[in-house]
Design a protein around this ligand. Sequence first.
Ligand SMILES: [Zn+2]
Ligand SMILES: [Zn+2]
Length: 347
Amino acid sequence: MRAMYYEQFGAAPEIRTLPDPTPTNSGVVVSVKATGLCRSDWHGWMGHDPDIKLPHVPGHELAGTISAVGRDVRRFKLGDRVTVPFVSGCGHCMECRSGNQQVCEEQFQPGFTHWGSFAEYVAIEYADQNLVHLPDEISYETAASLGCRFATSFRAVVDQGRLQGGEWLAVHGCGGVGLSAIMIGAALGANVVAIDIAEDKLALARELGATVAIDSRSVADVSEAVREVTGGGAHVSVDALGHPQTCCNSILNLRRRGRHVQVGLMLADHATPAIPMARVIAHELEIYGSHGMQSWRYDAMLRMILSGKLSPDRLIGRRITLTDAAPALATMDSFRENGITIIDRMI
Ligand SMILES: [Zn+2]
Ligand SMILES: [Zn+2]
């Protein structure tokens, strides 16, 4: 199979021919039709993720058809259209048995713990527990765009943030995660404040349902500006970027008893940010992490997509080939993407 491959962290990834994968007894092999290029892939390539063992094939936001099936797999068959959460559960630990596969103790993560989907084929473990059947109406590109950012935002806003219609949602950072959170918050009937430094991203945020857009460079104090426009603070606030400053702003712009959800990754130098804990105590704020979404919760998200309430395809930016993806991954830190980049051809 053709695949993106690297032997050293930070060294230029190359496109190589590698052996096709075979399924384990409880796994399948998916013929990849579309796969998203994500900042987590860049972090992995930089060596920020201890789960990655070299040499490596990245890629974790995927959709495709099943091309080989392990002998113990019951719910899936050859040719099925599928996608999979980027955090997949083992199916037998305590967390998995309680329905929280997103924090499984023995996670399978394509593109991190195992070789991923920047390839013609990817092996997926624990297929019965994790694969999601794709309705025919949902394209492979749209399904790949759900892979981590949209699904993670869905869990962050709906399940962790418990956002209700009529509440205020603040979203810090209008990249793929943030724009997803804005669309989901608006679909739930909340009022959404979008915060970013780029005018074009704020314009897109407004198109996707943000009631208010704040250019954080144009205000002296972001949290003050959010508290003012929301009449006392947001009920739920998401740091979709993953930076000590946006994390802090997101906590400080909450109203009393508000909920902060951290979705943007905090890695390397940013792994231990300062948190205004005095405010957390005095205002009884709640702080949540959000990391992926269980496969059984995809059903609710897919129903909102099929009904037209959510349109994740509007977040898709560039569509590129696997060959284009190698330099795109390596330059991700310096090149600003608008929306979600999808690899839709394995050439
Ligand atoms: Zn588990
Ligand atoms: Zn991702």
